[in-house]
Every structure is written in C-alpha cells, then in structure tokens.
Design a binder for this molecule. Structure first.
Ligand code: S3P
Length: 430
C-alpha cells in the first residue's frame, strides 16, 4: 500500500496513542503464565503484539477482546507458571524481535520442544545474544547457521546464572529474567547501561520474587505470578513521530495524552528539550508501577546536537525520526554508538540514509554513526519503507516539511506498532 503525505503548516489537536508495544508484549506473556484472569486495558493494536498473543494462544492460553465503556479490553486467561501446553505447530513471531527473544526465555524451561519462526526481516536478526545465556542456564537451542530464526528450543530444567549482558538490550535482559522464573536458584542479570525496565516492573506487579538495584535485577525461580487488572500506557516511541511533526512545522500546537513516561524511555523528551523544543508535561500519574502523563508540544527552532553512548541506547527506536529532525534543525545532528540500528527490522542506518537522500538530503554514515547537516531543504520523493514501521512513519513525518507530496511505499508497515498512524496524521495535519 502506498500512502501520499502532503506538506503541512502544522499539527493540531489532541492525540491518544496505542498502548506501548514493549509493555504490551510483557503483559501478554506474564499474564499467560500467571494464575487467574487478567484484564489488560489499552493493549497495543500493533501486529507485533498480536503475534505475541497468537503465540501464547498456540501454547494453550486463551484470550478474549471485549468492550468496556467504549474501550477495548483484553482478557488473558492465565494458565499458571507451569500451565503452557505443547503447541500443534511452529510459533510465528511475525516481524517481532521482542516476541521471539523474550518468549524464548519462557520456552527454554517448558517440558516440550517448540520452533519459533518469523517473517523475512526477523529471520535475519541475531539470536545468539539470547542463545548464549539460555545455553548457560541449561537450555538446548538450535538456530539457522547457529544464530538466525527459525530457532528450535528443547525445553530443559534450568539453573540460575549470574549474567552480565555484553550488549545493552532489554529484550535479552527480559529473556534471561523470564527463564529465571523457572530456574533453580537466583538468576542475576547485570547490564552495562540502564535499558527499559518494563519486565522488572511487571514482574514485581504480578508478584514475582524480584529484587532490583541500579543495573542489576535478581529473580528467584519457583514463585507464582498472580493475574490482575493492568493498564498499558500510550507508546512514547509512537508519540515521537508527532512530537517531531510539531517541531518541524511552523504552526503547531499538539497535546498527546496518556504517554508512558517510564524514566528509562524518556531520554527522547530530555534530548528534544535540550535542543530547544517547547515541550511541557501537563499531568503525570502512576499506574501498575509505570508513569503516564500528557504532553503539549509547539513549533520550535531546534538547534540539533550530538546523541551518543547511553543516550543513543535509550532512544534507539526514535533515531529514525530524530534523523529527520536533525536534517531540519539549525546545526544538524550527529548520532554515535548506533551500531544496533543495523540489526533492527531493517538496517536502519542504510534505510534512513537512502530515504533522506531520496528527498534531496545529505548525510554521512559509518558502521555506527550518522552525521546529518542541518537546515536541509527536502523535496517530494518516493519513500521506500522496506517494510520497516519506524522508517515508514519517520519519513511520513519528513514529508510534512517537504516541498511537495511524498509517496510512502509499503506504508502498511506502520501497522507493526501503530495501525492508526495515517488516520491520526490526517486528522491532526493542516
Ligand atoms: C525492546 C527493546 C529494544 C527496542 C525494541 C523493543 C523491548 O530492543 O529497540 O523495539 O521491548 O525490550 P533491544 O533489546 O534489542 O535493544
């Protein structure tokens, strides 16, 4: 599907967001292995989170959607920590790295064998990062060429490990913690820099035996989880597209409601403010251990700057749209330490560079950096999302500031995390 996006003077109004993708995955997996039913409000509408639900369904966990007060509610009928059943066939994680990597932690401890498959993008994504710690815990996993999906996991009795993550990855951390729920002893995961801590928060909410210190999580195997009512905050990584839309257009005033504001995810807001964004936090509350708030953003002159080290890791999903912002900023943007971008849904250093160039932009790249000069004039172009949701959305936002209408090819990729993206964009762009 091709979407046409025309230039806009600004974005206006009040926007709600789909539920956070990261939190939705965790709630679906954890409530499935909890005792009793859980009601999950604002579960992500994205295809990735549907993949997680359908994998859990294949493992014998039923779920239903209903409507309460006009809102969609997901009920997961938890089967208990040892209640998963042998699936009839392979489990399909679709496009979702989170599904395959985190679920692998649970499957490594089941008394049966499962094979996880994925789409043409997922089969190119590295799995050794989860295979190594799981093997250390006693799991038996086979992968294509020793590292790519499909992966076949022969469940085993696991034992606890003390694992220091070689790459900063919340997916890997979560995988080991989930396996730790089943392992004998105390599993310890240490991370080099802080990554999103939704798994730790959700485990605590559902009653796991977990102890948290800065960059260290300890979970004891054998505890039961208890289902409960959960509310998923709006996805700040989806909010990023509209925040940048407001900043790069001249007459914008936008309110975004119910944004997840977990401090491990808000580097984006700090970076935008540091670059001169007129961005305000209007309201904040805590639900299920996660912070949620409303944001107001207005058109601003953005200075640009340098993003590197722990900051790059903390906003890795937002780099595609920040690259667009950098090209339209006063002084440009340098992103360092971004090698992980090369192993996302696409090689995002390549797909960012190719699309920016299609719009007449310039930048230089290395294996792990992007250097984007500021004050660029972008023109109408045919954008190739290459099936990557964040590339489709980032360059749809770039189109708002281009000299003419852009065609976004494979725009349906946005549905991986944000099926309502184009409808919302049309509603707010003037
Ligand atoms: C995620 C962690 C990040 C992020 C991804 C979602 C998660 O990946 O890029 O979109 O939900 O834990 P890594 O763990 O590979 O850094």
């Amino acid at each position: 599907m091709t979407e046409q996006v025309s230039p806009a003077k600004g974005v206006h109004g009040v926007v709600g967001l789909p539920g956070d993708k990261s939190i939705s995955h965790r709630y679906a997996m954890l409530t499935a292995i909890a005792d009793g039913d859980s009601e999950i409000h604002n579960y992500s509408t994205g295809a990735d989170c549907r993949s997680t639900l359908s994998c859990m369904q294949s493992l014998g966990v039923r779920h239903t959607f209903s409507e309460k007060d006009g809102r969609r509610v997901l009920t997961v009928h938890g089967q208990g920590i040892h209640g998963l059943t042998v699936p009839a066939g392979t489990l399909d994680a679709g496009n979702s790295g989170s599904t395959i990597r985190m679920l692998a932690g649970i499957l490594a401890a089941q008394p049966f064998t499962t094979t996880l498959i994925g789409d043409e993008s997922l089969v190119k994504r590295p799995m050794r990062r989860i295979m190594t710690p799981l093997a250390e815990m006693g799991a038996r996993i086979e992968a294509t060429n020793g590292q790519f999906p499909p992966i076949t996991i022969q469940g085993s009795r696991l034992h606890a490990i003390d694992y220091s993550l070689p790459v900063a990855s919340a997916q890997v951390k979560s995988c080991v913690l989930l396996a730790g729920l089943y392992a004998s002893g105390e599993t310890i995961v240490r991370e080099p820099i802080t990554t999103r801590d939704h798994t730790e928060i959700a485990l605590r909410e559902l009653g796991a035996d977990i102890v948290l210190e800065p960059r260290v999580a300890r979970v004891r195997g054998g505890a039961k989880l208890q289902g409960k009512m959960l509310v998923v905050p709006g996805d700040i990584s989806s909010a990023a597209f509209f925040l940048v839309a407001a900043l790069i257009t001249k007459e914008s005033d936008l309110i975004i409601t119910n944004v997840g504001l977990n401090p491990t995810r808000t580097a984006l807001l700090d970076v935008l403010k540091g670059m001169g964004a007129d961005l305000r936090l209007l309201h904040i509350e805590q639900v299920n251990g996660e912070l949620i708030g409303n944001l107001q953003i207005k058109s601003s002159v953005i200075q640009g700057g340098v993003i590197e080290g722990a900051t790059t890791a903390a906003l890795i999903d937002e780099i595609p749209v920040l690259a667009v912002l950098g090209a339209l900023s006063k002084n440009g943007l340098i992103v360092r330490d971004a090698g992980e971008l090369r192993v996302k849904e696409t090689d995002r250093i390549e797909t960012i560079a190719a699309n920016l160039r299609r719009m007449g932009g310039t930048l230089t790249t290395t294996q792990d950096t992007l250097e984007i000069p500021g004050q660029q004039k972008l023109h109408a172009a045919e954008i190739q999302s290459c099936g990557d949701h964040r590339i489709a959305m980032a360059f749809s936002i770039a189109a708002l500031a281009a000299s003419g209408a852009c065609e976004i090819h494979e725009a349906e990729a946005a549905s991986v995390s944000y099926p309502e993206f184009y409808t919302t964009l049309r509603n707010i762009a003037r």
